[in-house]
Design a protein around this ligand. Structure first.
Ligand SMILES: Cc1cc2nc3c(=O)[nH]c(=O)nc-3n(C[C@H](O)[C@H](O)[C@H](O)COP(=O)(O)OP(=O)(O)OC[C@H]3O[C@@H](n4cnc5c(N)ncnc54)[C@H](O)[C@@H]3O)c2cc1C
Length: 367
């Protein structure tokens, strides 16, 4: 089998699906090449926050990029729903990161203050003492001293987001091969020959969006994508009556009523098992935030691997040696989906990344 496309996107997770959809909107004939069900997929195990507060504190380039995506999200969600009929359960009524101690409250204020100071009024937040917090979240427990509120934050169903992006991509004539593990890439004068488990695919442009797979694939086209796995575990409860109007970093109520609990971080390699000690920690902390959760049953748990970079910022690159080859890796693929579809994809279509992404190249790791 040999097929020709304007662009091939390796990886059909949140990043690859967003870029592929954006490229198809630009009129390119595209194929997504994905490894299939055995792969490690952050996109199927994440928490669903479209989150701004704290992102890029000390790194204006990342703060700007996150804010651009967050601002594009309402239009992006509406556009995907119009095209596909899928309701993404997106809302952006703000978000709160709760604090369980005065020390945490002071640290948060300092961190968000630093972010606000270099964002020149573009990033807004408010530190809420307990009494003010209760106006937003009447059900917080007595251990909660306050929290940081930002109007920019929101949440969405990550699975419906994936489904909608892929459906919109297919409707625009895109193709998805979900049994196509890429093993080798041969750059040529007019593009790339991509060797997959089911044959060779030829494309003019190439986007590497293979999550943790990017570390190896990038080398095939002279790029560097230094990503490593950082595990997170999530607990999901049975459905309960609405009690949380907006998401927090550790607890969010989905559109269907179930409650997601999470935000653990473990550097344990390619291990996605749920473990009792971490699940216990997540549940204990969630109960301190919202005591009503003590009586609610957990119905599902899982572990998943973040696509992490050495400094936690995304990595975007294009190959000088092989023009037309691009790569993208990030640990906030939900938040950044709108920017990937609306902005990054245009850069790929035009053949050059925008200057605002220069600071997010892997060159920053060269010493
Ligand atoms: C527990 C947890 C919570 C998170 N919470 C949030 C959150 O609240 N908000 C947020 O914005 N982000 C969150 N994230 C991060 C987000 O999920 C990731 O940034 C995003 O999923 C990365 O998407 P990706 O497409 O790069 O990678 P993946 O989802 O891993 O997809 C990569 C794809 O590439 C394919 N692939 C790999 N190698 C090859 C190959 N050789 N050939 C072909 N295909 C290949 C795989 O099959 C896979 O489908 C969270 C992540 C985790 C783990």
């Amino acid at each position: 089998m040999s097929m020709n496309y304007d662009a091939a996107i390796v990886g059909g997770g949140l990043v690859g699906s967003a870029v592929a959809y954006g490229l198809a909107q630009q009129g390119l004939r595209c194929a997504i090449l994905d490894e299939g069900d055995t792969a490690l997929r952050a996109s199927r195990g994440n928490f669903g926050l479209v989150w701004v507060q704290g992102k890029g504190s000390g790194a204006p380039v990342y703060a700007d990029w996150t804010m651009d995506s967050s601002n594009a999200w309402p239009g992006f969600a509406a556009e995907l729903s119009d095209r596909t009929g899928v309701d993404l359960s997106f809302s952006r009524r703000g978000g709160i990161d709760l604090c369980l101690s005065e020390e945490e409250f002071a640290d948060r204020d300092e961190k968000l203050g630093a972010l606000a100071s270099h964002q020149n009024g573009r990033f807004r937040y408010e530190m809420l003492r307990r009494d003010d917090l209760l106006k937003y979240m009447p059900d917080v427990g007595p251990d909660v001293v306050g929290g940081s509120y930002s109007e920019h934050d929101g949440h969405v169903s990550p699975l419906y987001t994936m489904r909608a992006m892929q459906a919109a991509f297919l409707a625009l004539g895109g193709e998805i091969n979900s049994n196509a593990r890429v093993t080798r890439i041969d750059p040529s004068n007019d593009g790339f020959s991509i060797h997959t488990a089911t044959g060779i695919v030829n494309s003019g442009k190439l986007v590497l969006a293979a999550g943790l797979g990017n570390a190896n694939l990038a080398k095939e086209v002279g790029l560097d994508q230094p990503v490593y796995p950082l595990k997170g575990q999530i607990l999901v409860t049975e459905r309960v009556s609405p009690f949380l109007d907006m998401p927090t970093v550790h607890v969010r109520q989905t559109g269907e009523g179930s409650v997601m609990l999470g935000d653990s971080h473990e550097d344990v390699g390619l291990d996605i098992r749920s473990t009792p000690n971490i699940m216990q920690d997540i549940a204990d902390r969630a109960r301190r935030y919202f005591p009503l959760l003590a009586d609610v049953r957990v119905v599902r748990t899982w572990g998943a691997l973040r696509v992490m970079t050495p400094d936690g910022l995304p990595v975007y690159d294009q190959s000088d040696r092989y023009p037309g080859a691009f790569a993208a890796s990030c640990h906030s693929g939900v938040t950044l989906a709108a920017a990937h579809a609306h902005i990054f994809a245009k850069y790929v279509a035009n053949g050059r990344l925008g200057p605002e992404l220069k600071g997010l190249s892997a060159e920053r790791f060269d010493v």
